[in-house]
Design a protein around this ligand. Structure first.
Ligand SMILES: [Zn+2]
Length: 282
C-alpha cells in the first residue's frame, strides 16, 4: 500500500543512487503498464537520470532535461533498484530500465492484478498531465493551510482525506493512523469539525506522515523490500488493544478494505456498524 511516506522514501533512496546514471535500454513486460504512446519507451536509451521525486502518491523520474516517467504504484507496486538484471521469468516485472553500469530499475507488482502504471511524457508541460494536474496540495511536510475549506463537504473524514483532489498523499493505511492520532471519528463530516478539531487534524497529518518518513529513513535501504514493514498502530490492528488507552480496536469492513479505529479515543465509546455485515443481514 504505498502512500506518501512509502513513496517519499522510495524517491529519496532512488534519487541518491540514480542521479547521473545513464539508461542503456528500457522495456515493459507488463501488458498494460505503459499508458503512453509517444514518445516511445526507446527514447529513454542514452538518457541520463536527472532526478527522482514524489508528488502525492506518484513517482516521477526525470531524464536528460526532456523526459519524465510518471509512475503510479497503485496498491501492490514497488519501484526497486537492483545491481543485476531481472530474470525474464520474473512475473512481477512490469517495467525494466537497464542502466549502462549494469544496474536495473524495476517496476514490479505483487499479486495477480496488473494495476500499476507508467507514462513516459515530455518534461515540459508535465504538471498539466493527469492525474498530476488534478492533485490537491501535499499533505506533508505541512498540511494545507485551507484544510478546513477543503474538507468542508458532506463526506466523512475517512473518505475526504483520501481524495487526492483535496489533499495529496493519504490512502487507506495512513488515514486510519491520522484520525486515531487526532482522536477523530472516521465518520465525522469535515463540515462538522470545530476549530480545535481541525487544528488537531492538521497536526496529526503532519506528525503521523512525518513520523513514518523518519521511521523509513532510518530503516529502509535499496533495493526497497518487496514487503514494506509499515509502522502502523491502528490500521490492520483490529482486535488488538489501542496503543494509547488499551481499549479493543474495532473495524468496519468495506468491499475492498478494512478501516480500523479506537472506540474510546475516537467515537465516544460507540462501536460503528460494520457495513458489510449489515448489508448481508438486509
Ligand atoms: Zn484508544
Amino acid at each position: 500500500m504505498p502512500e506518501l511516506p512509502e513513496v517519499e522514501i522510495t524517491a529519496r533512496l532512488l534519487h541518491g543512487a540514480l542521479e547521473g546514471a545513464v539508461v542503456e535500454s528500457a522495456l515493459a513486460p507488463g501488458i498494460n503498464t505503459l499508458k503512453s504512446f509517444a514518445p516511445p519507451l526507446d527514447a529513454l536509451a542514452g538518457q541520463r537520470v536527472d532526478r527522482v521525486r514524489r508528488r502525492g502518491k506518484l513517482l516521477i523520474v526525470e531524464f536528460g532535461g526532456e523526459l519524465a516517467l510518471l509512475i503510479h504504484l497503485m496498491s501492490a507496486g514497488r519501484l526497486q533498484l537492483y545491481d543485476t538484471r531481472a530474470s525474464l521469468r520474473d512475473r512481477t516485472s512490469r517495467l525494466l530500465i537497464r542502466l549502462a553500469d549494469g544496474r536495473e530499475l524495476r517496476l514490479r507488482e505483487f499479486g495477480t492484478r496488473q494495476a500499476a502504471w507508467a507514462k513516459l511524457l515530455p518534461l515540459a508541460g508535465l504538471e498539466g498531465e493527469e492525474p498530476l494536474a488534478g492533485l490537491g496540495p501535499e499533505a506533508w511536510p505541512v498540511a494545507p493551510h485551507d484544510l478546513g475549506e477543503r474538507l468542508a463537504g458532506s463526506r466523512p473524514l475517512y473518505a475526504a482525506l483520501r481524495d487526492q483532489h483535496l489533499i495529496a498523499g493519504i490512502g487507506r493505511s495512513w488515514v486510519d493512523e491520522i484520525l486515531w492520532a487526532a482522536r477523530l471519528s472516521p465518520f465525522k463530516r469535515g463540515a462538522d469539525l470545530t476549530a480545535t478539531e481541525l487544528h488537531s487534524l492538521g497536526e496529526a497529518i503532519t506528525t503521523t506522515l512525518g513520523g513514518a518518513v523518519a521511521h523509513y529513513d532510518g530503516t529502509l535501504a535499496l533495493p526497497i523490500p518487496d514487503k514494506l514493514p509499515m509502522p502502523l498502530a491502528v490500521h490492520r490492528h483490529a482486535g488488538e488493544p489501542c496503543p494509547r488507552c488499551a481499549t479493543r480496536l474495532e473495524s468496519v469492513s468495506f468491499e475492498d478494505y478494512v478501516m480500523s479505529y479506537c472506540p474510546n479515543c475516537q467515537t465516544g465509546g460507540r462501536v460503528l456498524k460494520d457495513r458489510r455485515l449489515s448489508r448481508l443481514l438486509k
